[in-house]
Design a protein. Structure first.
Length: 79
């Protein structure tokens, strides 16, 4: 019961902020992908730079899970 109440308080107080930030990042990501796909110069590349530390950790976990010891991309060193 107490756990449910605390989860609701957390969801109501902080959940909205996290959801808004997640939507903002998703919009940036989708715009970034579509602009690159259509060959349009992309002003959001500079905004996406702030996501690189998070992506590097995910990329490292991905290639380790696939059994690749070092980064398969020469230009992207994560290890």
């Amino acid at each position: 019961m107490l756990e449910h109440i605390l989860r609701e308080i957390y969801r109501l107080k902080l959940g909205g902020e996290f959801a808004k930030e997640a939507r903002k990042r998703e919009e940036i990501f989708i715009t970034f992908i579509l602009l690159d796909y259509f060959g349009i110069p992309n002003p959001l590349k500079f905004l996406a730079v702030e996501c690189i530390p998070y992506l590097m950790e995910a990329f490292h976990s991905w290639h380790i899970s696939k059994g690749i010891e070092k980064s398969p991309l020469d230009w992207l060193k994560c290890c």
